[in-house]
Design a protein around this ligand. Structure first.
Ligand code: R2B
Ligand code: URA
Length: 364
């Protein structure tokens, strides 16, 4: 009976002819970026009260760094401020996502939470934010800002975070060449207006190559990590003689690997873990799947890359991903490194991305 009732329901309206990928949505006179807690007046004549002057705040942004947690976003923004004039502007308005401006307003740092839906939402709102900021569409006072920002390069997006290494040791920096799903396919599946579709998930090769070259210059050789990492020192271990502060600071990272990232929609079973609350496979099946992924070129597992790559590709946004491996999944499931070791790896990753973006800013 239930089946008959379901059949009788009218089918969802088919999305027969979708608009071209990345077509901007129509927007109201005041656009509420709900999860960021920002309100943007679109027209000079629109009510300027209760809206945020996004052109003044975000009009100079050329790099946007996204990471999982609010505290990591704050640490990233502070690290950018160490290296540039001006401090950090905290633009966080909700407890959904943290948002900071640093490096004199040229770098935005946001948290993205965990998983594809979470990163997808903040990507939509940030991208609209930067669009509005550059168009100067707030009020008359921002027309000058709009003219000044017209010539800026496009905003480059980065996802920096943690991951499970696949055949790479903890403390390895994994840079993503391409992203795949749990079936090792380089596309993301979504359902829009009742119609399922797939979309390519591709990172910008030029940005990936340039970040790789930088990372290889500052992260040390192929030797395994020395026994005591995270001591805050490490000068000389990183960068093969490179005297810069960034090279010294990235000492906790012991090698750079460029490879395929698999994005999974869960941390436990979806990543082949056997330490969740329940388990639908055995040791042999786990090992076979991890081996299969490794043989296909997968070097890390995480939870947002597919959405990040699909979104940035759809919008023509240059983007790259850098993640530090917290463990080698071929050896186990649990993250057992002590907190100060985890902090040292994350701090090194922050130093690395700050150094890279700083170098890019100098050339802009
Ligand atoms: C890496 O770490 C998080 C899960 O612990 C998730 O956000 C990811 O991609
Ligand atoms: N993040 C993940 O998604 N997986 C890991 O194993 C570690 C961090």
């Amino acid at each position: 009976k239930l089946l008959a009732a379901a059949d009788a329901r009218s089918p969802p309206p088919a999305l027969a002819s979708p608009l071209p990928s990345g077509t901007p949505c129509p927007t109201a006179a005041v656009d509420v970026l709900f999860h960021l807690g920002l309100r943007v007046a679109r027209n000079p004549g629109a009510a300027a009260t209760d809206t945020d002057d996004v052109a003044a705040l975000f009009g100079r942004v050329t790099h946007a760094v996204l990471c999982g947690s609010a505290s990591r976003a704050r640490a990233l923004a502070a690290a950018f401020a160490d290296d540039a004039a001006g401090g950090v502007t905290d633009v966080t308005r909700t407890d959904r996502y943290a948002l900071f401006l640093s490096a004199g307003g040229r770098v935005a740092v946001a948290s993205h939470g965990i998983g594809r839906p979470s990163v997808g939402i903040v990507l939509h709102e940030l991208t609209k934010l930067f669009r509005y900021a550059r168009a100067g569409g707030v009020d008359g006072a921002t027309a000058a800002a709009s003219a000044a920002t017209a010539a800026l390069p496009p905003v480059t997006y980065y996802r920096v975070g943690t991951c499970g290494g696949v055949g790479v040791e903890a403390g390895t920096l994994v840079l993503t060449r391409n992203v795949v799903d749990g079936r090792l396919r380089g596309e993301v599946g979504t359902t829009v207006l009742g119609v399922s579709r797939t979309e390519a998930a591709v990172l910008d090769p030029a940005t990936v190559a340039s970040l790789t070259a930088y990372a290889r210059g500052v992260v040390g050789g192929k030797a395994p990590p020395p026994p005591s990492l995270g001591d805050g020192g490490g000068a000389g271990r990183c960068g093969g003689g490179d005297p810069t502060a960034h090279a010294r600071h990235c000492a906790a990272l012991h090698q750079v690997v460029v490879g395929t990232t698999a994005t999974l929609d869960g941390f436990y079973e979806e990543q082949g873990r056997m330490d969740g609350a329940s388990c639908s496979f055995d040791e042999a099946q786990r090992a076979a799947w991890l081996r299969h992924a490794h043989e296909a070129g997968v070097r890390n597992f995480e939870m947002e890359g597919l959405e990040f790559a699909a979104f940035t590709h759809r919008h023509g946004i240059p983007a790259a991903m850098a993640c530090v491996a917290l463990l080698n999944r071929l050896n186990g499931d649990q993250v057992t490194s002590p907190p100060d070791q985890l902090a040292a790896w994350e701090d090194s990753l922050i130093r690395l991305i700050v150094g890279y973006v700083q170098q890019r800013l100098e050339g802009e």
